[in-house]
Design a protein around this ligand. Structure first.
Ligand code: C2E
Ligand code: CA
Ligand code: CA
Length: 749
């Protein structure tokens, strides 16, 4: 037996049935009478009967005082069969006031019974205390008892529902005051749910209010704005998260057909709102509605819809702050909020937060126009939204950035890269988009939304580091430790650069021409000696200096020091040696770059032709125009350019050609392969003639043994640099090394 039958009986006028109910609480009837026989005969007359499909349960009191005590303990009594004459002539009548006012039992129905025919209680008392019926004891035959009890119980039942619904109304009113707060819509929906539950007479369980966020032609996505019972956790979530697809369909159908739906197991109430702000309320159990109730509910829904209009005005204002207006996805604020909510709802939540940054979006905007950029963003949004399951949250979190939150099986680099394998077609132009992705697993870092966002953002920047595209990275414990170390290092680096005593010094590594065996150049390499005497390797602190911009002043110091040392070597007689100085892309694009080089050359008295700048291919991320401008300025000063670490970057041959560099330095990682049978071994063989054909000298870095040297000589490589021929040395050691070098050809002219 369930609520279905209850309402069935409610709708049915003949409400007496003898089926028993297990699920429902009983109607409690208090028999208050000082006569034992009345108790017995009443119970006998009403034995095994159900009213509105619930059985009756009897409480017994034998005096007015006992009645009050019983009612104090049992507030859910539906009907009191109250004897007027008990301890006193009107003891029964007197306790009515106590029941209504002192005990506050406004809903209990009271049927007065008098022993003497013709004795009528004062009409005044009946009116004042809301006595609902009045019978003489000999009128209480089985049939007459049914009738008056059924009437009383039905009215008690309706009163209860009305009050529940009033409580709902109260909540709706309160919600209207809270419009300005973000909770407005939720409270409103909660009120609606309580009110509907009250109307239909069920517990506010298994109820969902939802609305469509889109427009008529394209209604989705749908959002749950209120829920109770087992669905309560879904408030503010996409409707798609509701596991039961049947319920989803019913709600969508209701919103589409704009009509209340009644199905075998559910009712979905349609609440119309102005300007398409309709919403639907799903109720989990089936109650056939009588026509009267149907009309009432329609009226109710219409009113609720109107209230909702006001709310949705507010929520539109709120949306402006949380929804991206271009692509109609949650914005960054909302994204972080939703992550927070999910973490709150489910502490063991195991999801991935991912940030996707469109590679080269600025170029898309530049090369085509910004309208094209907008269309591209929309297309990407649609693609993400359509191809990922609804359980994955998609947000737009920045100009070229999207945020995802969802299960690992969907939110992972492979799946996401696959979504964009085929080019997007916009205005007939095909665009192949790729993303740099940063991810973090919520279970790895149980923190809050903004911290997780920050982590994913760090990972994303790392994925994009050095101008790479289409890469992804996870923020892990290691990442965190590295970042901690880096910030410590940055702190130390700042201190080191401010201090009076510079912990930095330069070492110089010889570069040797293979044909003549002469030292043709020196590469300046920086060293950082800590106070405790340990050396911080440049591979560690140079990237941090680059990220922080400290490389600019540090780079200036390196340039000045190296040129000053070169001047000292010239004074010592080594006049034909060139100084090669490493220059990072950050320095290269700095507006003062050229002038600081001019100043250093001028102050050291070194001619441009004795200076070489080593740049890596990452300089190529600068715009071609800027780069070519600087390169030609350097050319006019006769400063040469070496391409450092060749083979490790993402260079294309056309790049190499445009650099018009003087020297190509094959990265050490290829040189170490010489003499092995590993795959990259042939790179060196190919690069030597390639560089030479493009008009460059080819230098092999990191030559550590004679085998490598001989092989390079065979290949026709021009120059070598490495531990085999000479380690990086401080100036004094270098001068000594030069003098003692076997085959030293004497002081240059
Ligand atoms: P790099 O420019 O490729 O420098 C060559 C690195 O290889 C140097 O490491 C050098 O000591 C090492 N090396 C030379 N020969 C051999 C060899 O035969 N075997 C091995 N295993 N290593 C060899 P170092 O000095 O630790 O510098 C590392 C990187 O730090 C440099 O790579 C460069 O990218 C950066 N760096 C060093 N000094 C400077 C500087 O003054 N300015 C800038 N911007 N970057 C610098
Ligand atoms: Ca170098
Ligand atoms: Ca190098």
């Amino acid at each position: 037996m369930n609520t279905q039958d209850e309402l069935f009986s409610f709708a049915d006028d003949d409400a007496i049935s003898s089926t028993s109910s297990q699920n429902h609480s009983n109607w409690r009837i208090l028999i208050a009478d000082d006569d034992d026989d009345v108790h017995d005969s009443t119970v006998f007359a009403l034995r095994s009967l159900n009213i509105l499909n619930r059985p009756l349960e009897f409480l017994h009191a034998y005096s007015a005082a006992e009645s009050v005590e019983l009612l104090r303990q049992n507030t859910n009594v539906a009907v009191i069969l109250l004897d007027v004459v008990m301890e006193t002539e009107d003891a029964g009548l007197r306790i009515v006031k106590t029941i209504r006012q002192e005990l506050g039992l406004a809903e209990v129905r009271i049927i007065l019974r008098t022993g003497q025919p013709g004795y009528a209680p004062e009409m005044e008392a009946i009116g004042q205390y809301e006595i609902n019926d009045y019978k003489t004891k000999n009128e209480l035959t089985r049939i007459k008892l049914y009738t008056s009890l059924t009437t009383a119980i039905r009215s008690y039942d309706q009163l209860q529902r009305l009050n529940a619904s009033r409580a709902g109304l109260r909540q709706i009113l309160d919600a209207s005051h809270a419009f300005i707060t973000a909770e407005g819509l939720c409270d409103f929906a909660a009120g609606v749910i309580m009110q509907i539950a009250g109307f239909i007479g069920i517990q506010p369980e298994g109820l969902v209010c939802a609305r469509a966020l889109g427009q008529k032609d394209d209604p989705g996505p749908y959002e749950i704005i209120g829920a109770a019972g087992r669905y309560a956790h879904l408030i503010n979530q996409p409707l798609a998260l509701l596991e039961d697809a049947g319920i989803q369909d019913l709600i969508k159908r209701c919103l589409h057909e704009r009509d209340t739906l009644i199905d075998d197991h559910a009712i979905v109430l349609f609440c119309p709102g102005r300007s398409g702000n309709d919403f639907a309320a799903f109720i989990d159990s089936y109650h056939p509605l009588g026509n009267k109730d149907r009309n009432l509910i329609d009226l109710f829904c219409a009113n609720i819809g109107l209230c909702g209009d006001n709310i949705s005005l507010i929520s539109r204002l709120r949306d402006a702050a949380t929804v991206d207006s271009l692509v109609k996805l949650p914005n960054r604020l909302a994204f972080i909020d939703i992550i927070d909510q999910q973490l709150e709802d489910d502490a063991n939540n195991d999801h991935v937060v991912a940030l996707l940054n469109i590679d080269g979006f600025a170029e898309f905007n530049d090369v085509l126009d910004s309208r094209y950029g907008d269309l591209l963003l929309r297309e990407i949004s649609n693609n993400l939204r359509q191809q990922l399951p609804a359980s994955v949250l998609v947000a737009r979190v920045g100009g070229a950035g999207f945020g995802l939150l969802g299960a690992d099986e969907y939110v992972n680099p492979q799946v996401l890269h696959n979504l964009f394998r085929t080019p997007l077609v916009i205005d007939g132009i095909e665009s192949l988009v790729s993303f740099s992705m940063g991810m973090v697993r919520t279970r790895d870092f149980p923190s809050n939304g903004s911290e997780l966002f920050q982590c994913a953002s760090v990972a994303q920047k790392r994925a994009k580091a050095e101008g790479q595209i289409g890469k992804s990275a996870y923020y892990t414990l290691e990442t965190r430790n590295e970042i901690r170390d880096s910030s410590r290092l940055l702190h130390d680096l700042r201190l080191a650069m401010q201090g009076d005593q510079s912990p930095f010094f330069l070492v110089y590594q010889p570069q040797i021409d293979l044909a003549s065996d002469r030292v043709v150049g020196l590469e300046a390499l920086i060293r950082w000696k800590n106070q405790d005497g340990t050396i911080v390797p440049p591979d560690r602190f140079i990237p941090i200096a680059e990220q922080s911009g400290l490389i600019v002043p540090l780079g200036n110091w390196i340039l000045r020091t190296a040129l000053a040392d070169l001047q000292r070597m010239r004074t010592a007689g080594f006049k034909s040696i060139c100084m090669a100085v490493n220059v990072s892309a950050v320095q290269f694009r700095h507006p003062d770059f050229l002038s600081s080089i001019d100043d250093s050359l001028f102050d050291s008295g070194i001619a441009g032709e004795h200076l070489e700048l080593e740049i890596t291919e990452s300089v190529g991320i600068l715009s071609m125009e800027i780069m070519q401008n600087i390169l030609s300025e350097l050319k006019t000063r006769r400063i040469s350019i070496a391409i450092d670490d060749f083979g490790t970057g993402f260079s294309s041959l056309s790049y190499l050609d445009r650099f018009q560099a003087d020297r190509l330095k094959i990265d050490r990682s290829f040189i170490t392969l010489i003499g092995t049978d590993q795959p990259g071994v042939r790179i060196t063989e190919m690069v030597v003639p390639l560089g030479q054909q493009l008009g460059m000298k080819v230098l092999a870095e990191g030559v550590e043994n004679v085998e490598q040297l001989e092989r390079l000589r065979q290949l026709g490589c021009d120059e070598i640099q490495g531990y085999y021929t000479g380690r990086p040395m401080v100036l004094e050691a270098l001068l000594q090394w030069l003098i003692e070098r076997p085959g030293f050809r004497g002081v240059d002219a």
